[in-house]
Design a protein around this ligand. Sequence first.
Ligand code: ATP
Ligand code: MG
Length: 472
Amino acid sequence: MTLTIPFSNSYGQLPPRFFTRQAATPVAAPELIAFNDALADRLGITRGADGDMARVFSGNEAPPGADPLAQVYAGHQFGGFSPQLGDGRALLLGEVEAPDGTRFDIQLKGAGRTPYSRGGDGRAWLGPVLREYVVSEAMAALGVPTTRALAAVATGETVWRETALPGAVLTRVATSHIRVGTFQFFAARRDLDALKALFDYTCARHYPDARTPDDLLIAVIDAQAALVAQWLSLGFIHGVMNTDNTTLSGETIDYGPCAFVDDYHPQTVFSSIDRHGRYAYDNQANVIVWNMAQLATCLVPLCDDQEATVERFTAAVHAMPDKIEAQRLARFGAKIGLSNPTDDDRPLINDLLDLMARDGADFTNTFRALAHGSARDQLTDRAAYDDWHTRWQARLAAEPDAHSLMLRTNPAFIPRNHRVEEMIQAAVAGDFGPVHRLLQVLSTPYTDQPDAADLTRPPAPHERVQQTFCGT
Ligand SMILES: Nc1ncnc2c1ncn2[C@@H]1O[C@H](COP(=O)(O)OP(=O)(O)OP(=O)(O)O)[C@@H](O)[C@H]1O
Ligand SMILES: [Mg+2]
């Protein structure tokens, strides 16, 4: 069987200033680490021999129909605007139309330098490639909109990140790689023709019912409000919510310094470069609103009456916090077994979170234990828990399906940071067993798996990952 990817490319038909055609830089000794058969099936891709796949997914061989290109974009990074970014180490190999009609980008991340590399080497090392592979696949299994991972290949080359590290390439799949920063690139240049082309392309690809910039803005705001509420409900911290890492599709993208909260504290920050906590757990709802304001700004020139447009867009952005809050209420309500939570249920949810924060309770295990009737064991302030439990039980009397709802919304398994770090260390030493085990267990995160009980254990003090950002 030979690897076949049924390419059907569209981004390359956009005006030339949207991208630079660019071949991948070959690597010394590509070796396949992982290939996602379930995702390949979904995309209509046929698996080939490992050696063929290693050559294609390292960039050493362009498969028939590929049209490799680096996409240009701009972006606010930690609040400061960079007018010129773009794929500095990624290449869009091409797109496929899946059997169900959905269009997907197939992208190589770490495939060598491009005109947008600035000072960078165009490469990725094994650690972040495996982190992105495992965490993005875990997010998909948890039900979160996200880019996916199709393959990981070791390059046989060394990458320098303060020290010598093994290189790798990730093959990423996304419904598109259009970012808020893609709109910002053209808006900053007052390139109205390009903005219009990008607007049309984005609507056609993601929101076929959208007719006007208002429609698109509201559709993206809704998708991002739902996404961020879902992150919050799982204790997920993205870590680098720059506007170039915020998609128009509403998929999670860029798993650089991301992590899941262990002991719950709303101000948790993981990235060592996030010195002021801009992207802390509980600031993510604020940041996404700010990012949507940047998108709104880009869309204004597409409308006629600019003053009236600014007023409408401002209203749309101002409506976003309530949308996030409504989604958050639905998500957290379900986590405590409420099928239709109302404003009256907010104190019940928030009091539990406050108690968990005071107690430093493990976020994932405490919620899972609610479903199993053992949450009391997760907390040290038992008296406070007992008070809460009494109120909760009274409310649950009206919820016959609470148990199954909680089992469906409170995962037993998340990719815990210390396990991800442990997996990376093993892989660097040549043992890929933990990668495959994590992928296997995390593919059904809502199912108790007694054989994998070790993966539910919170980190011991010496295992805690303080900084997950060590150069990607
Ligand atoms: N090693 C590198 N070489 C060249 N460019 C890089 C490198 N690392 C990051 N960049 C570029 O720096 C910018 C910001 O990096 P960031 O970490 O947000 O993205 P990334 O993780 O490379 O990619 P993505 O957002 O596509 O997941 C992007 O334009 C990215 O392409
Ligand atoms: Mg990025």
